[in-house]
Design a protein around this ligand. Structure first.
Ligand code: AMP
Length: 133
């Protein structure tokens, strides 16, 4: 059984922020920034691509509701909303989860940097869309 399934089953303690029949949310133990929250499905599913899209929609609705509460009650001024998919992207727990990471200022404790590459956008677009009906 996955770590997160044990949290859902209350076999491992967590600071639960939300729970319904399908979706569960709790504070990330690492608190990358204050209020860092994980939103997960109750069903055991490995990652973003393997999760039912309607369920992802429900998870994002909960993510938005919690973001509003964190903005209002913790004073966050922005958020990063992300999911790591597979080892190459830094996934360590293989039960799908959305990270909701509140931001307070540009010098807070999360650093995300997008590097820039000179690639042929036309070629990339053609490759992505090939075999499309
Ligand atoms: P990822 O690296 O995207 O798979 O994220 C897994 C997250 O789970 C990390 O941010 C961890 O800090 C978090 N985590 C691991 N164990 C626990 C736990 N017992 N309670 C809350 N969060 C946890």
């Amino acid at each position: 059984m996955s770590l997160f399934k044990k949290i859902i089953n209350k076999e491992i303690p967590a600071h639960i922020l939300y729970e319904d029949e399908e979706v569960f949310a709790f504070l990330d133990i690492s608190q990358t920034t204050k209020g860092h929250t994980l939103i997960i499905p109750k069903v055991e599913t490995k990652n973003f691509l393997e999760t039912d899209s309607q369920l992802i929609g429900k998870m994002f609705k909960v993510t938005q509701q919690l973001a509003k509460k964190i903005e209002e009650n913790l004073g966050a001024t922005g958020f990063n909303v992300l999911t790591n998919m597979n080892e190459v992207a830094g996934q360590t727990v293989f039960h799908f989860h959305i990270h909701l990471i509140p931001r307070y200022d540009e010098n807070d404790t999360l650093k995300i940097e997008f590097s820039s590459n000179e690639l042929d956008l036309n070629e990339i677009k053609t490759m992505i869309l090939k075999n499309q009906d």
